[in-house]
Design a protein around this ligand. Structure first.
Ligand code: EPU
Length: 366
């Protein structure tokens, strides 16, 4: 930290705070300052102070989808702590649920399932905060946030006011949104409003869930939530301090969405190494012209199986898409390992894997 500043009384800001413990991957340096506001007025006061002091502002949610650089973050990191959760309207079989940015995402899912509200039960067990959920349009086990998203409140630093964005404003895509594309710190999510169904059977679109409930009809919302948590735990995709394979940022790469002709070319390149009857997994997308490939499958085909890597960073023993910190890893090693995987997949398959987590404080990004 270049110069120690006086923090005004009443501002929820601390100086020189380690950030690694605030992330699920557990790497990276500290913040010059960390603000943890419990209401919007306090959040705005934190921003005002940073601006008056000429400090850069960074936003942090639950730390489950970020890689923080070893040199840490210069300026003020703000982690919103507003945690309100309420039903703001009901009607036509829907309840509009408003959740503030600092709620743990899974607390919102549990609360909704307990109220008998359907729409996000398959998103059980995703680590992180509500405020970050729209940024990468979280999705799992056949559901995506955008399907239930109604609107959000954001603080706009430039206009100094609360703005409202609906699903269209957000320009959601697969693990994509306007804020993810634009980056920067102009906006921060304050709250989201979701439209959840009062009387709707749980969603069983995903193969793993259908297999789990094979031969059973009409599982309840609670049962689907438990099933998703069980499946995620088997892959170490539920945050658990005692599970070394869970010390990750979730999927480190997105599943590549490519033209059909490209998928054919990849299949051809890999044909020789396939076992009898083995098929390259290819999933449909919204666009007829494109398909989704399995990043995990490609990585394995390139000779990098679960457990791969002999340093402090490696591939999880439970899921090929998760890069884990086996203990004491620097962020630079995570990045080098990720680049190694990208290069290998590019060479062998001709596919460019895109990192999913957001890199903070690196000169060049991931
Ligand atoms: N697969 C492997 N090896 C593995 C795991 C999966 O080859 O270790 C292949 C198989 O072909 C399998 C297919 O991948 O049939 C699908 O596996 P899985 O259901 O685990 O899905 P994923 O593509 O690995 C995606 C999301 C996850 C989400 C799951 C379940 C992305 C980047 N990842 O993973 O999201 O939980 O589906 O819906 O889209 C995250 O975004 O951080 C995340 C964990």
């Amino acid at each position: 930290m270049s110069q120690v500043r006086k923090i005004p009384a009443g501002l929820p800001i601390e100086a020189e705070v380690a950030l690694a413990p605030l992330t699920t991957l557990g790497v990276g340096g500290g913040a010059d300052y960390l603000g943890r506001p419990r209401d919007v007025a306090s959040l705005v006061a934190c921003v005002d102070w940073a601006e008056a002091e000429g400090l850069r502002v960074w936003w942090l949610g639950g730390g489950s989808n970020v890689v923080i650089a070893d040199q840490g973050l210069r300026g003020l990191v703000i982690q919103p702590q507003m945690r309100g959760l309420s039903v703001i309207a009901k009607g036509s079989g829907l309840e509009l649920v408003r959740a503030e940015a600092g709620c743990a995402w899974d607390d919102l899912v549990l609360w909704s399932v307990e109220r008998g509200l359907a729409g996000i039960e398959c998103l059980s067990g995703i680590p992180g905060h509500v405020g970050a959920a729209p940024i990468q349009n979280i999705g799992a086990y056949g559901q995506e946030l955008r399907e239930v998203f109604v609107e959000s409140e954001l603080w706009d630093r430039e206009e100094r006011r609360v703005v409202r964005w609906n699903a269209e404003d957000w320009r959601f895509g697969y693990r994509e949104s306007r804020l993810k594309q634009e980056g920067g710190s102009r906006y921060v999510v304050l709250a989201v409003v979701l439209g959840l169904w009062q009387e709707k059977a749980p969603s069983l679109r995903y193969r793993d869930l259908q297999a789990y409930f094979a031969g059973r009809s009409n599982p309840s919302l609670r049962e689907v939530r438990e099933a998703v948590l069980t499946i995620r735990r088997q892959k170490s995709m539920v945050w658990d301090l005692d599970d070394p394979n869970a010390r990750s940022a979730g999927s480190f790469f997105t599943n590549p969405v490519v033209l059909r002709s490209m998928a054919d070319a990849v299949r051809e390149r890999l044909a020789q190494g396939l076992a009898d009857g083995e098929q390259m997994p290819v999933y449909p997308t919204e666009q007829q012209t494109h398909v989704k490939l399995s990043a995990a499958w490609l990585i394995e085909r390139c000779g990098m199986p679960k457990g791969y890597g002999d340093g402090a960073v490696g591939i999880s023993q439970r899921h090929t898409l998760a890069l884990i910190n086996r203990g004491g890893a620097p962020a630079s090693e995570v990045m080098a390992f990720a680049r190694h995987i990208q290069q290998r997949v590019q060479e062998v398959c001709g596919v460019c894997l895109q990192p999913e987590p957001i890199a903070l404080g690196f000169e060049e990004g991931l």
